[in-house]
Design a protein around this ligand. Structure first.
Ligand SMILES: C[S@@+](CC[C@H](N)C(=O)[O-])C[C@H]1O[C@@H](n2cnc3c(N)ncnc32)[C@H](O)[C@@H]1O
Length: 451
């Protein structure tokens, strides 16, 4: 491949996608000024778009806004290279529904669900414990943080046992997300709150141990701010246990389901394969492991389902939600390493659906019409999508976008994409939660003998 021009974002878009964006659209991204990791992220994104046959004309103003405002504060480079604990309510609700609809044997005795890399606060795991009645649920993460500070408006920050700032998560609406633009200021604000509230705790912090299992939680409040010591304990329930552990070393009963969402993509392909094998070794016979990625409310979901068969684990399904096909957001292109296997498979599937001209013509025309109808974007005479309400998405943007995709699903477009994939030679079907599924033509992983 030729060395891509790196002097402007638009030159890169033209290099990979064969056409420039309108200058006022591309101007929001000052490529040379970006952190090297953000530059690499954008290059991987363009390579995946090229693979998927995604044209410059399908860029949305929201995607540009995410690249310029969100990505720099979101990537691990903003968090000393760590995988941030970021999670969101109901993000994995569709995976819970998938588990409920899975054809389990009639008598499933004491079923076990393990959420690997559950994040903190472990909201998606508590969602699961509520959704899966009769299941024992375990949330595993390498770090549950010793302290959390809540600002009272939905944003919070995590601190370690020595009181050092580790991570903050803004309130996930537009106003909240803007604080990613001023991380140093936000960090200082949270550190001041921590210093103000910490002396109010009745017990001296335990700095000798990082095992949280026998440590009760304590909460103090002042001026609408809250500091919680050992916060993870507050999320436990009779059917819900949290274990601070590397996923490879997790001590859990044989699992009927292991979910690992938004975690493996932090690792190089070879490492993630090793992690998958180690996690698969924790499955009960015929148990399933679901690994993938998505956005808030489960948007732009992609996931692989593996099933254990004795000492092997086979990928039985790769699934994607309809909103990946011509995504409004950055999610289908979200990778942290070159050659992310799942993102590459997704790009292949998108290309195949796009190549089915009769389906794609109808789908893309309807999508443009609904985008305009719901006040999201309008395709103008130059062929590009324009925002109808300014460059930054409006407060209810995500809800309107999600209703749009639900309507397209109800109008049969997921079935149409499945038919297109079958015509292209894939074994494709609509899965029980309405996603487009294909049978992957890889890969059986050998699992280690049970101890
Ligand atoms: C982005 S969060 C994902 C949270 C949640 N699963 C979700 O989908 O919203 C990734 C989490 O994985 C955890 N993690 C990364 N590598 C891990 C490992 N090897 N063992 C245990 N946890 C790990 C991180 O600490 C972080 O909390």
């Amino acid at each position: 491949m030729n060395q891509p021009p790196a002097h402007s974002f638009n030159a890169l878009v033209a290099h990979y996608l064969g056409e420039q964006l309108p200058e006022q659209m591309a101007a929001a991204i000052s490529f040379p000024a970006l952190h090297a990791d953000v530059k690499r992220f954008i290059l991987r994104m363009l390579i995946l778009m090229q693979k998927a046959d995604f044209p410059a004309t399908d860029f949305t103003p929201t995607l540009i806004w995410q690249l310029s405002n969100i990505m720099p504060g979101f990537l691990p480079c903003a968090w000393s290279g760590r995988a941030p604990p970021l999670t969101l309510p109901m993000r994995n609700a569709k995976i819970d529904a998938y588990v409920v609809k899975h054809p389990w044997p009639d008598r499933l005795v004491n079923p076990v669900f393990v959420d690997m890399g559950c994040g903190f606060p472990p909201i998606t795991t508590t969602d699961t414990a509520a959704a899966l009645s009769g299941w024992r649920v375990f949330g595993i993460d390498r770090s549950f943080f010793d302290y959390v500070v809540h600002e009272g408006d939905g944003s919070y920050a995590c601190f370690n046992g020595q009181g050092a700032f580790q991570y903050f998560q803004p309130r996930m609406d537009l106003a909240g997300i803007r604080i990613y633009q001023n991380p140093a200021e936000v960090r200082l604000r949270f550190e001041r709150i921590f210093d103000d509230l910490h002396p109010l705790l009745s017990r001296a912090p335990d700095q000798t141990s990082d095992q949280t299992s026998d440590q009760a939680s304590e909460t103090v409040e002042k001026n609408g701010h809250t500091l919680i010591h050992h916060p993870v304990r507050n999320y436990e329930a009779p059917n819900l246990t949290f274990i601070e552990s590397e996923m490879e070393d997790a001590q859990v009963p044989p699992a009927h389901v292991i979910r690992c969402m938004n975690t493996l993509f932090y690792f190089e392909p070879e490492t993630r394969k090793r992690m998958l094998v180690r996690a698969g070794a924790l499955l009960a016979d015929s148990g399933i492991l679901i690994a993938g990625a998505n956005l808030m409310s489960g948007a732009c979901c992609r996931y692989t389902v593996y099933q254990r068969d004795n000492l092997a684990m086979e990928a039985t399904e790769f699934a994607l939600s309809l909103d990946n096909l011509r995504s409004i957001s950055v999610m289908p292109w979200y990778t942290l390493h070159d050659d992310d296997p799942e993102a590459m498979l997704l790009a292949d599937v998108i290309r195949q659906v796009r190549a089915d001209r009769p389906f794609w013509r109808i789908f893309t025309k309807r999508l443009d019409a609904l985008m305009a109808h719901r006040g999201l974007f309008e395709r103008r005479g130059n062929g590009f999508l324009h925002a109808l309400e300014g460059q930054a998405p409006a407060a209810d943007f995500a809800q309107r976008a999600s209703r749009l995709w639900r309507q397209l699903n109800e109008e049969g477009f997921a079935d149409g994409a499945v038919d297109a994939l079958n015509r292209a030679g894939y074994a494709a079907w609509k899965n029980p939660v309405g996603d487009i599924a294909i049978r992957p033509n890889c890969c059986s992983l050998n699992l280690p003998d049970r101890d």
